[in-house]
Design a protein around this ligand. Sequence first.
Ligand SMILES: Cc1cc2nc3c(=O)[nH]c(=O)nc-3n(C[C@H](O)[C@H](O)[C@H](O)COP(=O)(O)OP(=O)(O)OC[C@H]3O[C@@H](n4cnc5c(N)ncnc54)[C@H](O)[C@@H]3O)c2cc1C
Length: 417
Amino acid sequence: MSGRHIHIIGAGMAGLSAALQLALSGEKVVIYEAAPFAGGRCRSHYDRDLDCRIDNGNHLVLSGNTAVHDYLYLTNALGTVGGPGKAIFPFFDLVTGERWTVKPNSGVIPWWLFDKKKRIPGTNLRDYLSLAKILRVADNDTLKGFVKQKSPFYSRFLEPLIIGALNTEPEIASASLFRSVLAQTFGGGARACIPLIPKIGLSETFVTPCLTVLHQHGVEINFYHRLRSMMWEGDCVRQLAFNSETIEIDPQDWVILALPAWFMREVLPEVPAPNDFRSIFNAHFRVDCPPLEHGFVGLIGGYSEWLFLRNGVASVTVSCAERFRDFTQREMGALIWEEVAAVLNLDVKRVPPYRLFLEKYATIAATPQQDARRPSSYTGWKNVALAAEWTATGLPSTIEGALRSGMKAAQVVMRWK
Ligand SMILES: Cc1cc2nc3c(=O)[nH]c(=O)nc-3n(C[C@H](O)[C@H](O)[C@H](O)COP(=O)(O)OP(=O)(O)OC[C@H]3O[C@@H](n4cnc5c(N)ncnc54)[C@H](O)[C@@H]3O)c2cc1C
C-alpha cells in the first residue's frame, strides 16, 4: 500500500465508483460527503407517510450498461437486481388503451423489425430503417430532423426513448449522445436490453453494498462534510476547507472532485462545466393491486412516461419536467394518479397516500452545446481529477456515465503513482 491518500469529495455514483476502484487497488481512500448519506441523485429512504422505502426517482438501467454490471459484481450486489429477466418493454397507450411489447431479438441484426406483429402498432419497417441516419451525425447535430410529431413511430417509440434516455427535448437533444445510447442498448440486441430493476431500492443496490466493500477495505467516509473551497500552491491543492474542518493535503496526495456541475463554478471556475440542466418529476403512490407482469410499463400519450410497480408502490417518472412548469406539484400528482389508475385498473376516485419529488437538477441538458462543455477527468493540475456524470463520458447523465467517470478518475490517479 502506498503512503499517499486519495481524497474523494462527493459520495454519489461517481465518487463511490472511484473509491471502489482505488480501494480495491490498495490505495488509502477518504471520502467527504455534504449530506448525511451516500448515493447523491441515486438513493432511497424510508417515507413515514407511505410507511415504506422509496427511491428519489425511478432509474432504469439495462444489461448493456457494462460499468453498472462490473460495479454490481465488485460490490457483490448482482443478486439485488431483478426485473423481467429478458429483453422486453411493455407499453400502454393512455389515449387508445392499446397495449404492446417491444422485444428485441438476440444477435445484432434486429430481425424483429421485419415481422409486422412484432413492430409497434402503426409503424412500418421504413420508420425503423430511417434511424440508420443516426450513424452519420456529427457532434454538433441535434435530433431535430428525427422529430415527426404525427408519426406513430415517433410518438410511440422515438420520442419516449429520446426523452427517457436524454431527459432533453428531442428538437435540441444531441444526436451523437442518442447514438451512443442506441449503440449500447438496441445495438447489442436482446443481451444488452434486459431491464435491471433493484428488488428493494436504489440504495440497497447501488449504495449500501458498495459502502460495505469500502468499509472492508478501510475507506474512511466523512458525512456532513461540505467542501467550501480549496487552497492551492501552484498547480497543487494543499488544503480542503469544509464547513466543519480544514484538511491538509500532502503534495503526493490526490483530490478527486465528484461533485455536481453547478457546484464547480464555486470551487474550480476555470473548469468548463455544463450550465443547463433538466428536471425529473417522480410520483409514488401506495397501492393495493396485483403485480405488473414485467414490473414496469412505458406510458404513451399522457404526462407519465414510465410506471414501476414494486412492493406495493406505483412510481411514475416524468422526464424533462420543465415542460409542465405551469402546473403545481399537487395538480401534477392528481393528473398522474388518473393515469396510474387507468393502467392498474384502480378506482380513480380513491386517491391513495402519495409522495411527489421534483429533482430540479436531475441531469445536464443533453444538447450539443452542453456536451461540448464536458471536461475530461484529467485536469492537467498536479493532484486533482474529476469524476461525475457531467464529465466527457460520451453518454448522457446516467448511472453508467457516472460509474465510468469514477473509473476514469481512478485510472488518472493510478497512472501518477
Ligand atoms: C429522478 C432521477 C431519475 C434518474 N433516472 C435515471 C435512469 O433511469 N437511469 C440512469 O442511468 N440515470 C438516471 N438518473 C441520473 C443518475 O442518477 C445520475 O447521473 C447519477 O446518480 C449522478 O451521479 P454523480 O455521482 O455524478 O452525481 P451526484 O449523484 O450528484 O453526486 C454528487 C455528490 O456530491 C455531494 N456534494 C454536493 N456538493 C458537495 C460539497 N460541496 N461537498 C461535499 N459533497 C458535496 C452530493 O451530496 C452528492 O452526494 C436519474 C437522476 C434523477 C435525479
